[in-house]
Design a protein around this ligand. Structure first.
Ligand code: NAP
Length: 631
């Protein structure tokens, strides 16, 4: 077998990131003009350069790389801001405002030390660093990422993890077809790129294995107490530390203390069981999607599934082939977008390019960042003069609605009853936007029925809906979501003076400053806390890295000042939440015509961030000590 030439290998790369690599290495900006008309958006299917033009770029890239490798040419210095601005806009086929350049430069490692790596300014005495211990609750993605950065700063930490291994939701959720619906090459740690994802949107096993590998590679595992659930944590003013109670697998209670407490359990940690009469009387197996029992045989059985959110969307089409009957109980439909790459495998040529071509992976990541992030944000703002505010928010949002309906219509065919059931009566993005997993097509199948009548009760052998209509079922699947509203529940977390988070938040109104710090809770930091869920796109990992950075900045401030604790000022916290609410009032998630897990019973949006990813990155890139009280 002959080794393929560099020129041949390059052919597998996508045009836009390859072009950016070329321009970055050569400094030849004229090439941007040549290819710009052929890059119409941030996804690879939006490139339409003719073969001859592609071949030209392949040849140039191969020649340049060989010249640099042999020392005949030198790589150009990193692009200056004006060239960078031109490159980013060309790369995604849209105008990227200049305000994004600092974020992009840092994310791509163009601005010196990556911001995520917080370092000491005036290193405290080794003893002070060594004496400081951080407790982290949860070894999911956020907890692992946080711990890796704590260790980098030299801080000692212990993770308490209720499960037998790492991975959090990616360990727990094992339902069929579970996987990520954020593009995977962006849904990964910035400091640990995986060039080998099998799919653009990878399945759960691969995501979990990635987190397992990260835990080993950064030697996090020895710091984790597995099968150990935190039940209580209380701040002691006298000792300036958190007194933590944990329950081990055999029920033994143990006590620990730590100077800072990071709660990395997130919003989607505890399953929500629907309050439906008779649920406990169902005779067959009944399982929540987050507690899937793979030993339950589905083949040839009648399955009733309640819930049509992101989990239901993945389960339904993946089991439809196997079951005798699938009855789906839908309280309200979700919007779902089609992405041609959703089920596609990453071609070997792409994997090679990601792993081998300089800068290519960074540019590809930037494309995905842009594709899945703030470019949608304007379409989610309410136009006060809009004539059909119940259906859409503004012209762009309406056009999106039309495109989504067109897709549904094409998939469900000429069945007007089914179409009416499948099209939501609220604006796109009002609930979480899903990716169509073959859902609408599945609804057409003979043995699949979409039931929209309200459920009256669960019976031992099925589900009873309005008018006492009985739908028989052997297996019940609850795709009914999570208790995001009861953030940190069932733990009891008490701050200064014994005031608990529940005292502050009530049943369903969690609030924090930047979603991270809470007045009266010194040295306490939330990951994926209130109003940090990303619902217009983006990657939860990007957000968790922002929260990690901010937490490290806070701990650095405490230690460099020779203090014991910091606590956010109540007025700063209140003003931030006032701004959150004011911003939400203009956005899609507060829309009165839609209910979702983003809102509490009073309609306040507590889960979702109203900010652009850029805003949140800016909010968390530095810490203003005047917003905190030190003690
Ligand atoms: P979810 O979005 O909260 O959906 C729950 C579903 O159950 C909704 O359809 C809801 O109806 C229905 N439901 C709840 N209680 C009900 C009741 N008493 N009677 C009838 N229907 C009831 O939960 P999820 O699907 O597990 O997703 C939660 C979040 O997890 C997602 O938004 C996403 O952030 C994350 N997630 C991500 C992925 C992924 O990346 N692919 C996959 C799964 C989950 P209503 O809509 O009418 O309330």
């Amino acid at each position: 077998m002959t080794t393929p030439s560099l020129r041949t290998l390059i052919e597998g790369a996508d045009l836009a990131p390859l072009l950016m690599m070329y321009v970055q290495l050569s400094g030849d900006r004229a090439e941007l003009d040549r290819y710009r008309p052929h890059i119409r958006g941030p996804w690879s299917w939006m490139e339409d350069a003719p073969p001859a033009l592609r071949a030209r770029l392949h040849e140039r890239c191969a020649a340049l790389l060989e010249a640099i490798q042999s020392g005949r040419e030198q790589a150009a210095p990193p692009p200056l801001p004006d060239l960078l601005a031109e490159m980013v806009s060309t790369c995604v086929g849209q105008t990227v405002p200049d305000e994004y350049l600092p974020l992009i430069a840092h994310e791509m490692g163009l601005a010196g030390t990556p911001l995520l790596d917080v370092d000491w300014r005036a290193r405290p005495a080794p003893q002070a660093i060594n004496d400081f211990h951080v407790a982290v609750i949860g070894a999911g993605e956020s907890g692992l990422g946080m711990s890796i950065k704590l260790a980098r700063l030299g801080l000692r930490y212990t993770i308490f993890e209720k499960n037998p291994t790492v991975g959090g939701i990616w360990f727990e959720n094992q339902y069929p077809s579970c996987g990520v619906d954020t593009p995977n090459h962006f849904y990964q740690y910035s400091f640990e790129p995986n060039h080998n994802w099998s799919r653009y949107f990878s399945p759960r096993d691969e995501l979990w294995q990635y987190l397992e590998r990260v835990a080993d590679r950064y030697a996090v595992r020895p710091h984790i107490r597995f099968n150990t659930e935190v039940t209580e944590a209380a701040w002691s003013d006298e000792r300036a530390c958190w007194e933590i109670v944990v329950r081990e697998a055999d029920g033994t209670l143990r006590h620990f203390s730590a100077h800072a407490l990071v709660c990395a359990v997130g919003q989607l940690n505890r399953p929500r069981f629907p309050d439906i009469e008779g649920l406990d009387r169902f005779a067959g197996p009944a399982m929540h999607t987050a507690q899937w029992d793979p030993s339950v045989a589905l083949d040839g059985r009648r399955v009733a599934m309640i819930g049509t959110g992101a989990s239901g969307m993945q389960v339904g089409p993946s089991i439809a082939d196997r079951v005798a009957q699938l009855s789906i109980f839908q309280r309200s439909p979700h919007w779902a977008v089609h992405n041609p790459l959703y089920h596609a495998r990453v071609e070997p040529g792409k994997k090679w390019a990601l792993a081998n071509l300089p800068h290519y992976a960074s540019w590809y990541r930037f494309q995905l960042f842009w594709a899945s992030a703030d470019s949608l944000y304007p379409s989610l703002q309410v136009d006060p003069g809009w004539s059909t505010p119940n259906l859409s928010l503004n012209a762009e949002n309406h056009a999106m609605r039309e495109r989504l309906i067109e897709h549904i219509r094409a998939e469900v065919g000429d069945d007007p009853t089914l179409l009416a059931k499948a099209v939501p009566n609220y604006p796109p993005y009002g609930k979480r936007m899903l990716r169509d997993n073959g859902w609408f097509r599945m609804l057409r199948r003979e043995h699949v029925q979409l039931i929209t009548d309200p459920i009256e009760a669960i019976e031992p052998d099925g589900v009873r809906t309005r008018g006492s209509k009985h739908t028989p079922a052997d297996i019940l699947v609850l795709a009914t979501g999570f208790r995001a509203d009861r953030l940190t529940w069932p733990m009891k977390i008490s701050g200064r003076g014994g005031v608990t988070l529940r005292d502050r938040w009530g049943d369903d109104d969690p609030r924090a400053y930047l979603g991270i710090t809470v007045p009266g809770f010194p040295n306490f930091f939330l990951m994926y806390g209130p109003n940090t869920n990303l619902a217009h796109g983006g990657s939860a990992i990007f957000h968790s890295e922002c929260q990690t950075r901010y937490t490290l900045l806070a701990l650095r401030e405490v230690l460099e000042r020779g203090q014991r604790a910091l606590e956010v000022r109540e007025d700063v916290h209140d003003e931030f939440n006032r701004r959150v609410d004011a911003q939400h009032a203009k956005m899609v998630w507060a829309h009165p015509g839609v209910g979702s897990w983003y809102k509490n019973r009073r309609g306040r949006v507590f889960a979702t961030s109203p900010w652009r990813m850029l805003d949140y990155w800016n909010f968390t890139r530095s810490l203003d000590p005047s917003e905190y009280r030190f003690s």
